[in-house]
Design a protein around this ligand. Structure first.
Ligand code: IVH
Length: 736
């Protein structure tokens, strides 16, 4: 467990460099989660803390600022899929104030900046900070021509068609006197009412679950099909402008009024104020109305009113100096933990969920909250740092939960005084609640840390993972069974006809049942079509006939894969960490499935797996541990045995190249090799058509000698055999 982060002043340059790299990575990941996937993983406050620390370290070590430094960048680069739009004027983010003092400091900075103009009367606007996504709408001669997302602030995505479906966005400006060209900027958002309605519609049709209005609005805006966006009834508030041929008016306040005259909705809560007291009074006013607005806001934005003063005060690293967002504290509520359920994900992760007494936070009812993993329940974060004052979470505990604007609800603290006397620490299961297999925590090789998640090792046998495993088994890169896609797998799995991979190959024996399942699906599909079109159905018989032929084809496709290539077969097993490349290395190493299984089982049984498993380049501790888990699970053994009774993977044959520079030559490797292991060198030489010998004789053509080569090198020299270095070997076989 790492200790508490060091104060920036105490960091050595080496430590600073490491931390800047880590921060760049974490901030980029958070940006992508928030902006591209619309699924934030950390709270705003945590995010801000990362950025602040990054900025502080950069300030102390300016030489260490990375080329990919997050400072100055806003959000995430645009996602692929929509055309890119370069903003004529960048779309900025706002500096943040968390306390009244921060606001006082902001105004004070302004006073100091304009010090020479002693009598300057600096006014500000105050208005809600809408929690949605900003958009920039370009109007030429009063006509809406292009609309874009913020993206990274410089380049956004062209979502004109989607924005056009929003009723609050005029296709033509109203009135007169608008600039020749102007980019109107504002916030696209979704009301709570619309969000709830969408969730209800989705639940009725078994559709996806929506996290919160902001992320849903973001997802709705990125639809490929504008009619989907239209169905979401998004809203828009205008509050600023970007490029313009002419300022709308000399002040922020009047400009926004003008924009309203041109047909936009603007916040009715915007006021003009002249002192800190007035600004903060407006903040409290807006905060008091927050829960009755019907949409999310997460603070109040103050802006210098006069446009000429805005220009003079200017910008700093992606933020205007003349504006600040005064954030609301996250909304909190108190409730009780009734139960802790463990859900098993598709990859076998055991995910604990706290079931709470329902409670309303920020306009949303919260009944479930993720507990992430067992360390989190015990009171530690992923770095081993205590959270919630180190309190663990127990069933029966009274907890404070919060919804920080856009982030999914979380438990912030345990009200320890209210803990029932008989509450016990939660015992996180060490077996999978679905299949009973052991659930283990893996070691992350890179960090040397234990994975915070516990995972079911059941793989093929765990029903929670089985469908996923089966889908993988039949997929393209794996067994590649034609006509048996994910949809059919689901169908047969749910009907109980295919439970494990072996069942695929015996499906033929259950032909009548398989036929019935397919027929039922066709019936269902026809019924749905009918319901949509209102037409009656004919040809029931021919549909049945088609099932018959379809099945024959399917069985033929399955039979055609009874002798798969060994690497495909190993990959198809879906062993963790064994992707296509690793599967190929394993196939090459062991040549036959029997040998692979034998070594796998031996490794699982061995006390020291490293001593049993041959040293192979590309196979590290993570893979060996995964193989150990797989073969150490007797249930997997059963599935594998059943499978091998049905399929005969072909021995892996190395295709030998006949025309390489070393084809037909006898090669000896000696000394220590630095770029490849001995077994790799041998495999490579053989693939290139060479013969690899263990000792040097007159028949040897080439000796590849690494550092420390001894007697073999001497023999080669005395026999006049060609001796080359490892580098020269690579040179010679290059391109082969
Ligand atoms: S003004 C030059 N006003 O907050 C300043 N932004 O953190 C440009 N936002 O990207 C922004 N309500 O998405 C402004 N009334 C408001 C706002 C607002 C929400 C968002 C906007 C911006 C982000 C900055």
């Amino acid at each position: 467990m790492p200790s508490v982060p060091k104060a920036v002043e105490e960091l050595s340059p080496e430590e600073a460099e490491i931390e800047l790299a880590r921060l760049a990575e974490e901030i980029a990941a958070a940006d992508i989660a928030y902006h591209q996937k619309d699924a934030p993983e950390i709270t705003d406050a945590e995010y801000d803390a990362l950025r602040i620390r990054n900025a502080e370290i950069e300030k102390r070590f300016p030489d260490l600022v990375r080329p990919d430094s997050p400072t100055g960048s806003i959000g995430a680069p645009p996602a692929e899929g929509f055309a890119k739009v370069r903003h004529a004027v960048p779309m900025l983010s706002l500096a943040k104030a968390y306390t009244d003092q921060d606001v006082i400091d902001f105004i004070e900075r302004g006073r100091r900046f304009f010090e020479r103009d002693k009598d300057l009367d600096i006014a500000f606007t105050a208005e809600p900070k809408i929690d949605g996504l900003s958009a920039s709408l370009r109007y030429e001669k009063g006509v809406f021509v292009q609309g874009a997302t913020r993206g990274d602030g410089t380049v956004g995505e062209d979502i004109t068609a989607n924005l056009k479906t929003i009723a609050d966005i005029p296709h033509r400006l109203k009135g007169s006197g608008w600039p020749e060209t102007i980019e109107i900027r504002g916030e696209v958002y979704m009301t709570y009412a619309e969000f709830e309605a969408l969730k209800e519609r989705s639940a009725a049709t078994g559709g996806q679950d929506y996290v919160n209005p902001r992320n849903t609005a973001a997802g709705s805006l990125r639809q490929k099909d504008p009619s989907v966006t239209a169905s979401r009834n998004l809203k828009f508030f205008a509050y600023a402008w970007g490029y313009t041929t002419e300022d709308p008016a000399p002040t922020q306040y009047e400009s926004v009024r003008k924009i309203a005259d041109w047909g936009f909705k603007v916040s009715p809560l915007m006021v003009r104020a002249r002192s800190v007291e007035e600004l903060i009074a407006q903040y409290r006013q807006i905060e008091a109305q927050r829960s009755s607005l019907g949409y999310d806001i997460d603070g109040v934005v103050y802006k210098v009113d006069r446009i000429d003063l805005q220009r003079r005060w200017g910008f700093i690293s992606g933020e205007p100096r003349w504006a600040i967002a005064h954030k609301f504290p996250a909304e909190q509520a108190t409730t009780t933990v009734r139960r802790i359920d463990i859900q098993v994900g598709r990859t076998g992760t055991l995910a604990p969920v706290a079931r709470l007494d329902p409670v309303t936070v920020g306009g949303v009812t919260v009944e479930n909250v993720t507990l992430h993993n067992e360390d989190y329940i015990a009171g530690f974060d992923s770095n081993g740092q205590p959270i919630r004052e180190g309190h663990d979470i127990r069933i029966g505990d009274t907890v404070v939960i919060q919804r920080a604007g856009d982030v999914i609800p979380q438990i912030v603290s345990v009200v320890i005084d209210k803990r029932p006397a008989d509450a016990l620490p939660y015992a996180f299961p060490h077996t999978c609640p679905v299949c009973g297999s052991p659930a283990t925590r893996e070691m992350n090789e890179k960090t040397g840390k234990e994975d915070s998640r516990r995972r079911c090792t059941g793989e093929l046998v765990c029903p929670a993972q089985a469908v996923e495993g089966l889908r993988h088994f039949v997929s393209r890169g794996a067994m590649d069974i034609e006509g048996l896609g994910a949809e059919n797998i689901d169908l047969f799995f749910n009907a109980g006809l295919i439970r494990t991979a072996a069942d695929i190959f015996t499906l033929k024996d259950r032909r009548p049942e398989a036929r019935r399942v397919l027929a039922e699906r066709r019936e269902e599909q026809a019924r749905q079509r009918e319901a949509v079109s209102g037409k009656e159905r004919k040809n029931v018989r021919s549909a049945d006939q088609r099932n018959f032929e379809g099945l024959d084809k399917l069985f033929a496709a399955i039979d055609a894969r009874r002798e798969p290539e060994l690497d495909r077969f190993i990959f198809a097993l879906g062993i963790r960490h064994v992707g296509e490349t690793t599967a190929a290395v394993l196939a090459k190493t062991f040549s036959t499935v029997e040998e692979f299984v034998r070594v796998g089982k031996e490794t699982a049984a061995a006390e020291d797996p490293m001593a049993v498993f041959p040293s192979v380049n590309g196979i590290g501790g993570t893979v060996i541990e995964a193989l150990r888990n797989f073969f150490g699970n007797t249930r997997n053994d059963d599935v594998l045995d059943a499978l091998l009774a049905q399929v005969r993977p072909k021995p892996y044959v190395v295709t030998v190249s006949a025309d390489s520079a070393v084809a037909g030559k006898t090669v000896v490797f000696t000394g220590s090799l630095e770029k490849m292991t001995r077994s790799e060198a041998k495999a490579m030489a053989e693939r290139l058509g060479a013969k690899v010998a263990g000792s040097v004789s007159a028949k040897t053509d080439i000796v590849v000698a690494g550092p420390g080569a001894g007697s073999k090198l001497a023999t080669a020299q005395s026999l006049g055999v060609e001796v080359i270095t490892e580098d020269e070997w690579f040179e010679r076989v290059r391109g082969a």
